[in-house]
Design a protein around this ligand. Structure first.
Ligand SMILES: *Cc1c(COP(=O)(O)O)cnc(C)c1O
Length: 452
């Protein structure tokens, strides 16, 4: 009975639209109409489900709120206190100011993306970054696609379609987010030829698998796990010797692919693209938004003759990077020209090499603010912890860090996790050993991890 009465009290769509329009909200009639319908539908459902016993007083304001939420962005800022520095789910590398400005510049108007201003004719879009990439990788040629998965796909499809790709069983990797090498090889139109075993593969395994239909010897950097114990693999130098002898190109998927040696920054040595080229890889593929610290992109570096074929593949047109990516990538690469200033300017490198003392200072400051903000039963402690690089870089390597444990005997860690996540901006921590933690390695401003 009460439900029926309440439903009868609801205004008609037209009445609600008119009362909302009279308030002169900043929305058009069409949007107000959509919002009014949604508000009425929501109320009706609540009444029918017994979740409502009276109507809100100001329905017009509900329409305005609804219109505001309908037109607001689905993207929210996420503060990365997760301890994973290159976190794929929240967009990996944070761009440098230089890269941000470059993308903005490109977005605001037209640019000479693939237009040669000197000649007044069509140019080549990858030319803006190829020179720098050649300089840093010492490859003869480099081309750019949308991500490293695309780089692997186009390299395989160009050089081995309908033919065999030899790869060690120990390197048939899966990277998070459904990149599985066997599937990419299949989708590239190639035939997978596995050799060796999960833990041991020898040169003769490759040599015995070579036949007249072999197109590529493929090597994948096992970037998110390590095989330890009784293991053997064939190093790149030896593989490239086998490749040369049989006239078969060696393609390496390096994944992260650092452009520079990271050991001076206190990090373990991740394979450097330049060194892989020098060791004899004919093609190396790597990501733009992992250790390189730039926008999402896939780089294919290698011998001119092969890169030229890749450029001519119609897939290149489908996988080409856009002007925002190429502009941000070029600006990121230009930072590498002055390696002395690189750390200061490239957030990824700055976070990864941040001195523990500095992290601790920020953590203590943030802990003070959190105590003030949360108070009561919350316990806030700064502790030793470990960050990981993420994005499949430096597997098994943990970087000492400082984290803030936020605990409350009256709340589950999941509840606290949600409390921080639901803040605007979202604060992404993690639950470790049944406690909620904020890793401070990528947090340079203490107040960022304090909910508003
Ligand atoms: C990360 C990674 C990929 C996928 O690269 P995206 O840029 O995410 O497409 C492929 N292979 C390896 C070895 C990786 O580490």
């Amino acid at each position: 009975m009460m439900k029926k009465n309440l439903l009868r009290e609801l205004p008609s769509v037209d009445e609600l639209i008119n009362s909302a329009l009279k308030k002169h909200f900043r929305y058009s009639k069409a949007l107000v109409t959509d919002a009014a319908r949604a508000v009425l539908e929501g109320l009706r459902a609540e009444i029918i489900n017994g979740k409502r016993e009276s109507l809100p007083a100001d329905l017009a304001s509900l329409v305005e709120e609804r219109a505001a939420s309908m037109t607001s962005s689905s993207f929210k800022r996420v503060i990365n206190a997760s301890g994973t520095i290159l976190h794929t789910n929240i967009g990996r590398a944070v761009l440098s100011n230089e890269a941000i400005e470059a993308a903005l510049f490109a977005a605001k108007g037209n640019i000479n993306l693939e237009f040669d201003i000197e000649k007044g004719e069509r140019g080549e879009r990858d030319s803006h970054v190829e020179g720098l990439l050649k300089k840093f990788t010492l490859a003869e040629s480099v081309c750019v696609v949308n991500n490293n998965a695309a780089a692997v796909l186009i390299a395989l499809n160009t050089l081995a379609e309908g033919r065999e790709v030899i790869i060690s069983r120990g390197e048939l990797i899966e990277i998070g987010g459904s990149f599985r090498l066997p599937e990419i090889i299949k989708k590239s139109g190639c035939v997978l030829r596995e050799v060796g075993t999960t833990n041991r593969t020898h040169p003769k395994d490759y040599i015995e698998a070579i036949n007249e239909n072999t197109a590529i010897i493929f090597k994948a950097h096992t970037s998110n796990y390590r095989v330890v114990g009784f293991t053997a693999d064939v190093d790149l130098k030896e593989l490239s010797e086998i490749g040369k002898k049989h006239n078969i190109p060696v393609v390496e998927d390096l994944g992260s692919g650092a452009l520079i040696d990271l050991s001076p920054y206190g990090l373990p040595k991740e394979p450097i693209v330049r060194e892989r080229i020098a060791l004899g890889a004919d093609i190396v593929t790597f990501s733009g938004d992992k250790l390189l610290g730039g926008p999402q992109a896939g780089l294919v570096a290698g011998r001119s003759e092969l890169i030229e074929k890749i450029r001519k593949n119609p897939l290149k047109r489908a996988l080409r990077a856009d002007k925002l990516t190429l502009s941000a990538l070029e600006a990121t690469l230009r930072l590498y020209l002055d390696e002395e200033r690189l750390r200061e300017k490239l957030p990824t490198l700055r976070f990864l090499s941040r001195p523990l003392k500095e992290i601790e200072e920020t953590a203590e400051r943030a802990a003070g603010l959190l105590r003030k903000r949360l108070g009561g039963a919350y316990k806030i402690d700064v502790e030793d912890s470990e960050s990981v690089v993420g994005g499949g870089s430096l597997p098994g390597y943990n970087i000492p860090t400082k984290a803030i444990a936020v605990t409350n005997p009256a709340e589950t860690p999941e509840k606290i996790y949600r409390l921080f996540l639901e803040n605007n901006p979202s604060i992404l921590g993690r639950i470790k050993k049944d406690r909620f933690m904020l890793d401070m390695r990528a947090i340079e401003e203490a107040s960022e991890v304090v909910p508003g």
